[in-house]
Write a protein that binds this ligand. Structure first.
Ligand code: PLP
Length: 355
């Protein structure tokens, strides 16, 4: 793929690395590729100054939400090189999301080329302070103007970049999780396994409810019976019950997380018993009451790991591991972040140097 470059006339000042937050600052450039049915598909890949887009009010994504996205990071390793973590998994997942939403998609190599080319252009934006990174947000949406309902005939694929701070400046800290028993996120046959904006729009109501009760995130139950534990707002979730790690299977309603897959691989490599199975929420609460539930943690690219210190289900609150980060949770966090930032041996060949 040929990518044209139009350099920004003025470059922005780089933000203070100790106060980056998450998504507060965007880099100087963005990458755009257009897809038009009547122009034979993908064309006009370009890196241009970061800035507003002009769209017709009838642009189809604004009405019918054909939109998908991805999230990954670029890391500065101790040698000063730039590396990505399993970007082919994001490329493939975006293909699956797009297929479900009747959208065209990039080939895996093209997706990675776009990410690498933009990251290389903006490499001065990759922060160097410990556990900071450059968050990469590829997304795609329907641009065809019209109010008839059908798969659009034109799209934009865009990548924007934002330097992000250390998620845990004071060390990994547990969160309180609200188990939602009224609203649902995904049903069998729906779009639960895709990273599409619509999934998030539909889940804000429960998030608001959780926050009103003093909880940080929602733990979703399956949409058919509201009985089995699925995942947390923007993370997958794992439970250490006695000596076995249990997590929901990815059968269409749960997002197949890259972090999830990586942690399951590490756990199996370390000899843990791992079960990808349906876990009844009543059994989970019983395990929390008796202490059989030793640790629980959420997994996702942004935080890597979020220890769960407390659950609330139908008014019953249960602490886990005395609201402290568990030993296994901490070991997973240290190992995965060690690999991602290039400080530990990468025996699974997960990282990819951007040359
Ligand atoms: C992105 C996402 C995850 C985590 O996926 P990673 O690839 O590990 O970042 C989990 N659940 C939902 C709903 C998500 O959107």
């Amino acid at each position: 793929m040929e990518i044209r470059f139009e350099k920004a006339k003025t470059l922005k000042e780089k933000p203070d690395q100790s106060a980056l937050g998450f998504g507060k600052y965007y880099t100087d450039h963005m990458l755009i590729v257009d897809w038009d049915k009547d122009q034979g598909g993908w064309h006009d890949a370009r890196i241009v100054p970061y800035g507003p887009l002009q769209l017709e009010p009838s642009t189809m994504v604004l009405h019918y939400a054909q939109e998908t996205f991805e999230g990954l990071k670029a890391y500065r390793n101790p040698k000063g090189e730039v590396q990505l973590f399993r970007p082919e998994m994001n490329a493939k997942r975006m293909q699956e999301s797009n297929k479900r939403l009747c959208m065209p998609y990039l080939e895996v190599e093209d997706f990675i080329q776009c990410v690498e080319t933009l990251v290389k252009t903006e490499q001065d934006w990759i922060p160097t302070a410990p556990e900071t990174s450059l968050y990469i947000r590829p997304f795609m949406f329907a641009t065809e103007p019209g109010v008839g309902v059908h798969p659009a005939t034109s799209y934009k694929f865009i990548i924007i970049l934002t330097p992000v701070g250390n998620y845990y400046p004071e060390g990994v800290a547990p969160v309180k999780i609200w188990i939602e028993d009224e609203y649902v996120r995904a049903v069998k046959g729906g779009t639960g396994f895709t990273k599409c904006g619509g999934n998030y729009a539909g889940s804000l109501k429960a998030q608001e409810k959780a926050e009103a009760h003093g909880y940080t995130q929602v733990l979703w139950l399956d949409g058919n019976e509201k009985k089995y534990v699925e995942e947390v707002g923007s993370m997958n979730i794992m439970f250490l019950i006695n000596d076995t790690v249990v997590t929901a299977p990815t059968e269409g309603t749960v997002l197949p997380g890259v972090t999830r897959d990586s942690m399951l691989t590490l756990l199996r490599d370390w000899g843990y018993k791992v079960e990808e199975r349906h876990l009844d929420v009543e059994d989970l609460m019983e395990a929390a009451r008796t202490g059989a539930l030793k640790e629980a943690w959420g997994t996702g690219t942004a935080a890597v790991i979020s220890p769960v210190g407390q659950l609330c289900y139908k008014g019953e609150e249960c602490k886990i591991n005395n609201f402290e980060t568990g030993e296994l949770t901490q070991k997973l966090y240290d190992t995965l972040t060690g690999i991602q930032w290039g400080k530990l041996e990468d025996k699974f060949n997960w990282t990819r140097i951007v040359k």
